[in-house]
Design a protein around this ligand. Sequence first.
Ligand SMILES: CCCCCCCCCCCCC/C=C/C(=O)SCCNC(=O)CCNC(=O)[C@H](O)C(C)(C)COP(=O)(O)OP(=O)(O)OC[C@H]1O[C@@H](n2cnc3c(N)ncnc32)[C@H](O)[C@@H]1OP(=O)(O)O
Length: 272
Amino acid sequence: LDEIVTAAATGQCGAPWADRWMDDPAAPLPTSPSCHEEDGTVEEKENNNKKRTKSTLATAWLTFYNIAMTAGWLVLAMAMARFYIQKGSHKGLYRSIARTLKFFQTFALVEVRLQRIVRTSVIVTGVQVCSRIFMVWFITNSIRQIQNEESVILFLVVWTMTEITRYSYYTFKLLNHLPYFIKWARYNLFIVLYPLGVIGELLTIYAALPFVRRSGMYSMRLPNKYNVSFDYYYCLIIAMLSYIPLFPQLYFHMLRQRRRVLHGEVIVEKDD
Ligand SMILES: CCCCCCCCCCCCC/C=C/C(=O)SCCNC(=O)CCNC(=O)[C@H](O)C(C)(C)COP(=O)(O)OP(=O)(O)OC[C@H]1O[C@@H](n2cnc3c(N)ncnc32)[C@H](O)[C@@H]1OP(=O)(O)O
């Protein structure tokens, strides 16, 4: 076993079958892991080359994506700081950064599919990204009257701090130059920022309720030609209630990741 693991880890000539064995431990082991046996067929070599090219392309793409997202959230942070310094008030701040925020937060949708190349969870990432997009497009952007609420600024500041730390963590990690303070920040700041972000989001949805009820936006009342009724007001109440079962799952997921990354604990997570 040591021989197999060492071969796979060091990329020695025995690595192709070692890789295969690590992918499928049930596969029969060769009697002797000699280099000549495993120089392999031309087909095997081509496959290995393709795999290597794919992983280099994936890493290059991920690095570009994470640099772009770090830059995007840094631009947002600077725009917010500049607005506040110039105007001395948060009124109008959301409108001034709305476009950039919508662009970068919506772009994060690609992360839901990242589990094909990194060890991220599709469910956790899906809930996180969808709830953010819901907050941006269907609450804050759609209801002008709440855009100047303090709670909007609260979740904006918290999201911005989180994302600058998170994307710069991924970037430096991919470049194999991860400063400890970024790793520390990625897996510690969320302990306070996550609940604060949730408070900001819940207060914002709560502030939206009276406007939604009065305007009847995004709602369908009976009778109508589809014979379907939908009340956005109750949909928002359900969304608020869904934080009760969902948020603890996200929070405990991050606490588990923290133990794994900062304390080296081996965590066995259930498959998505
Ligand atoms: C449709 C309407 C729904 C309405 C109802 C909604 C209810 C919702 C309830 C809950 C809502 C929560 C709202 C959230 C608000 C906030 O965000 S507040 C601000 C504070 N937030 C945070 O601190 C977020 C912290 N949480 C996370 O970061 C998430 O768990 C995550 C974003 C989903 C990330 O999870 P995960 O990927 O599992 O963790 P990591 O440890 O970061 O990564 C695991 C491995 O994957 C690699 N990886 C992941 N992404 C990338 C990437 N982009 N590039 C490169 N690599 C990546 C990462 O490096 C790890 O690799 P290994 O270390 O090798 O394992």
